[in-house]
Ligand binder design. Structure first.
Ligand SMILES: *Cc1c(COP(=O)(O)O)cnc(C)c1O
Length: 477
């Protein structure tokens, strides 16, 4: 079944929803007695003159112009856009969580205990020995992890200059290595889409500080030679970094630590809970082996040395802070709540369903999927059609499209990750939208989307000439 999205009347390419202040303004007297000095107060305030229902409708309309996981499937590959159970929001909003982090440890025991348990959950899930919760995103976790690797090598009087990264890796891997001062050695993919072992042997040597790997990789393929890869890098004195963005495929079934990885990040907003996208807050805790634990950022949380309760501490050779306090605390609460609710069985069931859903959807679409068998996401190819056109047309059919044109090793890629949350019928809807868009005529594709709040946007122009302040359409130059 394909949904008709036509809900909006467009004007000049986008829906006209006036600002509240454009609906009328009222000046309110605010001279009520104030304890503040006169130069810090004002007498009058101009506010929109609208009733409560008008406000509710205004914001509801605005929210409906945007796509959200709460409005339908959101199979954006690599991003793992999951529905976020609402109970995690309730728990993060508990007033007991909203305490100032500068308070003394003895007054924050409940919060510290939760952090300590979360460090333990994540260490267990990843097969790591120690965890910091501080980095505020996956990319920040990568940067933290590579700085830790650098500190480790320097500590051992072992200056190394290179980080090896497969061509199929996420752009943040390359940025991380460069920002940490390393030369990037890019590794071509083998014909089967995995690491080309011979190319890796040639790339790894005395200068290798680390190999950064995503496993399963960005087309959903698990590295078959992971143990041989780990031995090769370790024998050369390098470290193995695990990009945890695809951990959803492995939860409760495989652990990066057991595969030989030394340091990893967790994108808790992808694998566990927290709405993300559009740059919303996430968290990127980092796990390491015992050998690397002294270099972690502080504060971390441990059981108190006096034997009762919990305390914060900074590891002995810490690389320093990468964010304030213990990171994005409320995001971490949601991750904790999600893991605690699902438990071991629930987590490994989520991984199984994520893999099943990706494989079911791939069977139902008419596009080719070059690399098989894959895990929790797949890169279909639009062949001689434009992946971006198909994606725009899918919006008209009431689903969010997949990630397009990445990774580059698949031509006109449509990287699709339905995640474990979709039912069979919503996967069927998604496949119907895929197939209808893929089979559509050129003109419909080139002008799509036609039924959304905004028409096709000139993305290059929007990026180069952003309009950073509000202008009503009729005032436009
Ligand atoms: C999302 C992602 C990242 C970066 O994570 P953020 O939390 O968005 O900073 C890194 N690697 C891969 C493979 C990703 O999908």
């Amino acid at each position: 079944m394909i949904h008709d999205q036509a809900r909006y009347a467009r004007e000049e390419g986008s829906v006209r929803e006036p600002l509240l202040s454009e609906k009328g303004e009222a000046t309110v007297d605010v001279t009520a007695s104030s304890p503040l000095p006169d130069d810090l107060t004002r007498d009058e305030l101009t506010l929109p003159d609208v009733s409560e229902p008008e406000i509710a409708r205004h914001y509801t309309r605005l929210s409906q112009m945007n796509w959200a996981i709460d409005s339908g499937p959101y199979p954006l590959g690599s991003c793992t856009m999951k529905y976020n159970p609402k109970f995690t929001e309730d728990i993060a909003a508990d007033p007991n969580a909203a305490v100032h982090p500068d308070r003394p440890d003895r007054t924050l025991q409940g919060n510290l205990e939760l952090q300590h348990r979360l460090q333990g959950f994540l260490a267990d899930i990843g097969g790591m020995d120690a965890v910091t919760l501080q980095p505020p995103a996956g990319a920040a976790g990568e940067f933290t992890g590579i700085l830790i690797a650098k500190a480790y090598h320097e500590r051992h009087g072992n200056d190394r200059s290179e980080v090896v990264i497969p061509a199929s890796a996420h752009g943040t891997n390359f940025a991380t290595a460069a920002l940490a001062g390393y030369d990037v050695v890019e590794l071509p993919s083998g014909e089967d889409g995995r690491v080309d072992f011979e190319a890796l042997e040639a790339a790894v040597g005395d200068d290798t500080a680390a190999l950064m790997l995503t496993n399963p990789n960005t087309v959903g393929l698990f590295e078959r030679d992971i143990e041989a890869i780990a031995d090769l890098v370790h024998d050369a004195g390098g470290l193995l970094y695990y990009d945890g963005a695809n951990l959803n495929a492995l939860l409760g079934r495989g652990r990066p630590g057991d595969m030989g990885f030394d340091v990893m990040h967790y994108n808790v907003h992808k694998t566990f809970a927290t709405p993300h996208g559009g740059g919303g807050p996430g968290a990127g805790p980092v796990g390491v082996t015992d050998e690397l634990a002294p270099f972690l950022p502080g504060p971390r949380v441990r059981e108190s040395e006096t034997g009762s309760g919990y305390e914060r501490f900074t590891p002995s050779e810490s690389i320093g802070k990468v964010h304030g306090f213990e990171g994005n605390w409320q995001v971490l609460i949601k991750a904790y709540a999600y893991i605690a609710r699902l438990g071991d069985e629930g987590l490994s069931d989520a991984a199984a369903k994520a893999v099943l859903n990706a494989n079911y959807l791939a069977e139902r679409i008419d596009l080719d999927v070059p690399f098989e068998p894959f895990h929790h996401e797949f890169a279909a190819t639009a062949g001689d059609r434009d992946a971006a056109d198909i994606a725009k047309r899918m919006l008209d059919f009431g689903v969010h499209p997949p990630t397009t044109k990445w990774p580059e090793m698949v031509p006109e890629a449509m990287l699709t990750e339905p995640t474990e949350i979709e039912s069979r019928s919503s996967l069927d809807d998604l496949a119907a939208a895929f197939n209808a868009a893929y089979a559509d005529d050129d003109e419909s594709l080139e002008t799509a989307p036609n039924r959304t709040a905004a028409a096709r946007i000139d993305q290059a122009d929007a990026a180069r000439n952003p309009r950073l302040s509000w202008q009503a359409l009729d005032e436009d130059a």
